[in-house]
Design a protein around this ligand. Structure first.
Ligand SMILES: [Zn+2]
Length: 205
């Protein structure tokens, strides 16, 4: 009997240390604490659009969707994870400002592009009346056109997330990108977007 108890203790010890280890290593996007809400919050074909759906694995992140295919919530969750993976690789996130932003983000997907009064291209050239594929609205909300070929990888999601990450870190999103009027966005940020999109493509999303 005593041997049994010792064995049980050893087993318990191993299990708890294993779970502690699992918690420490990258639990930030796999700690699905509000599980029930993620299960109940899903696209409903019988209800009117646009609809709001919670994004699983990210505390209180959500998306406003124009139809059930744009986009399935687990695809959006995967895209956010891929963005964060690359952000950490390029810039780190010691104070977790970017993580906190991602956990509150609200993405509004749209099937049509918009025309902006004034916008900047990647090199900081400003122009009026350009068609835009994404807009950063507040510190945690973005509007994103669904993208070419109906793929997240061919949308501006990664680009808008860089604006939000810069807002979280610097207080403003640097709307002229690589241009010199505002600071924050460097060639590395553009490179990160390219790499993150490549990863999205390899997941076929
Ligand atoms: Zn931009």
């Amino acid at each position: 009997m005593q041997k049994m108890i010792v064995k049980l203790f050893i087993l318990l010890f191993i299990l708890t240390s294993l779970s502690c280890y699992a918690n420490r290593s990258g639990s930030w996007f796999l700690s699905n604490k509000n599980k029930r809400i993620y299960k109940t919050s899903s696209c409903n074909l019988d209800k009117p659009f646009p609809q709001m759906v919670m994004i699983p694995f990210f505390k209180s992140s959500s998306q406003i969707i124009p139809n059930c295919n744009t986009y399935p919530k687990h695809q959006t969750a995967m895209a956010l994870m891929i963005f964060y993976h690359h952000w950490i690789e390029y810039f780190g996130d010691e104070d977790l400002k970017v993580k906190n932003m991602l956990e509150q983000v609200m993405i509004t997907w749209d099937t049509k592009k918009r025309t902006a009064k004034r916008s900047y291209n990647l090199y900081g050239e400003s122009k009026e009346g350009r068609d835009v594929t994404g807009i950063t609205l507040t510190n945690t909300t973005i509007w994103v056109w669904e993208g070419y070929f109906h793929k997240i990888s061919e949308s501006s999601l990664m680009h808008e997330l860089v604006h939000l990450a810069l807002r979280a870190r610097n207080g403003h999103g640097d709307r002229d990108h690589e241009g010199n009027r505002f600071e924050g966005w460097t060639r590395l940020h553009s490179e990160l977007i390219y790499e993150a999109k490549e990863t999205l493509r390899s997941f076929d999303i």
